[in-house]
Design a protein around this ligand. Structure first.
Ligand code: H79
Length: 418
């Protein structure tokens, strides 16, 4: 597949990758015109809405409660260290001050504010790394031609030519990488939309080269569900831990050596959906974060803000709970890498410097066998309270007495290594 041939990441880029890995937890934000219809970000496609009618939503977009400082503070209080927001989703509406199309939040809405700029300023002020989601698919433009698997709305005749659309993307990415300060990553989505058009070429190489030219440190992540292409700096897994494919999206289960990320949403929708009250419990969400860390991956957890610009109350409750948990257990998550013990049914391990954290998420036995050489272990203590935990050295590892493990969300044993 086409990509940036011969790509060699710069030292700044490699540093950014490690910084990304250290951050471990990010908040994903899906927000756009679709939020007003309160039926998810695919509503335009799912309900086959005529694009000229859908576009009229812009005239009523006025999120009176939007406050970038507040959002970033809420994200921070959740314990997240980065934020990824939809700069433009499949509906084609730009949530930033683009000069390349009037179909954007500044020119087409009475709100008239560049929310990406406001967020970028706040992220930089508050120390949150900023990532931009950018859709390759476009259900609005007539030069998104040939039509893809989605967005086949009848009234939209595709008169334009593909090269114009590609130039549009290139120009918009240039805007995003020159007008908003340092960007941690561009997060692409939608490659799959053209995978039934034989011979189709996204010309990602040119997009990737431009991004890396403008901001060499900026990571490129592309949610294409395939083995990473040359030129990419990270690998994301949609609604799955790395290598799993329970969501049925992946065409490849390859886990690359690039920084890994799992993206998931708190309920079942990415964009705000009023009827979707199926929020995961605090425990489930924290377990997912811990499992991601144990699988050597970050977790990017989504919230779909309301059309008025506020996060739903159910999402806020969960953010606060995760934040509270991370205040106590953050040391076992941030800056760690997946531990030497492969993820198990009972839980996972994370590792940082001379510490190995054993996260028991689901207690099964009183004694846990860990294939970690006994002679490398200096001490075993409960992470909370630092009480000694008994263990015996066995031929191929240690047997850890975890009879004290409680039903807490995560019972962590801290092993100090030589
Ligand atoms: O932005 C969120 C979603 O809107 C977007 N990615 C997340 C982060 C997303 N779009 N689609 N999907 C997620 C699910 C993918 C469905 C697919 Fe298919 C299955 C793509 C290819 C096969 C269905 C059939 C849609 C296109 C063809």
């Amino acid at each position: 597949l086409p990509a940036q041939k011969g790509y060699v990441p710069t030292t700044e880029n490699l540093r950014n990758r490690e910084d990304f890995r250290d951050r471990k937890f990010g908040v994903f934000i899906h927000w756009g015109l679709y939020s007003m219809l309160a039926d998810g970000e695919w509503v335009m496609n799912n309900k086959n809405l005529p694009y000229r009618e859908y576009a009229k939503l812009a005239g009523g977009f006025y999120p009176s409660k939007f406050d970038a400082a507040r959002w970033v503070a809420d994200v921070k209080a959740a314990g997240a260290k980065y934020l990824c927001i939809t700069s433009r989703h499949h509906d084609g509406f730009s949530m930033f001050d683009t000069k390349k199309s009037p179909y954007n939040i500044v020119d087409a809405t009475p709100f008239g504010r560049d929310i990406l700029k406001e967020l970028a300023d706040e992220c930089h002020r508050q120390g949150i790394r900023l990532h931009f989601y950018y859709s390759l698919v476009d259900w609005y433009r007539t030069d998104y031609n040939p039509v893809g698997r989605t967005g086949r709305e009848a009234s939209r005749t595709l008169t334009g030519e593909w090269p114009a659309y590609h130039q549009f993307m290139l120009d918009q990415l240039t805007e995003l990488l020159t007008g908003y300060g340092e960007i941690g990553a561009i997060w692409f989505d939608g490659v799959w939309d053209q995978d039934q058009n034989p011979g189709f070429d996204w010309r990602l190489d040119e997009l990737y080269a431009q991004i890396h030219r403008l901001q060499p440190a900026c990571m490129i992540i592309n949610n294409h569900h395939l083995t990473p292409f040359e030129g990419e700096d990270g690998q994301t897994f949609e609604r799955d831990l790395p290598g799993q494919n329970t969501a049925g999206y992946s065409a490849s289960s390859t886990i690359s050596s690039l920084p890994l990320e799992t993206c998931e949403t708190m309920n079942k929708s990415w964009g705000y959906r009023m009827t979707d009250t199926a929020y995961k419990s605090e425990k489930e969400l924290i377990h997912y974060l811990v499992k991601a860390a144990g699988n050597n991956a970050n977790l990017l957890m989504n919230v779909g803000p309301q059309p008025d610009g506020e996060f739903p109350a159910a999402a806020m409750e969960r953010f606060r709970a995760i934040g509270k948990w991370l205040e106590q257990y953050g040391e076992t998550i941030y800056g760690t890498r997946g531990g030497p013990v492969a993820p198990r049914h009972w839980g996972v391990t994370t590792q940082k410097a001379d510490r190995l954290y054993v996260h028991i998420l689901q207690k099964e036995d009183e004694v846990l066998f860990l294939p970690v050489p006994g002679k490398t272990i200096r001490s075993a203590k409960t992470f909370i309270g630092k009480k000694n935990v008994e263990y015996t050295v066995v031929p191929s590892g240690i047997a850890l007495n975890v009879s004290e493990a409680t039903d807490a969300i995560d019972f962590v044993v801290e092993l100090e290594l030589q």
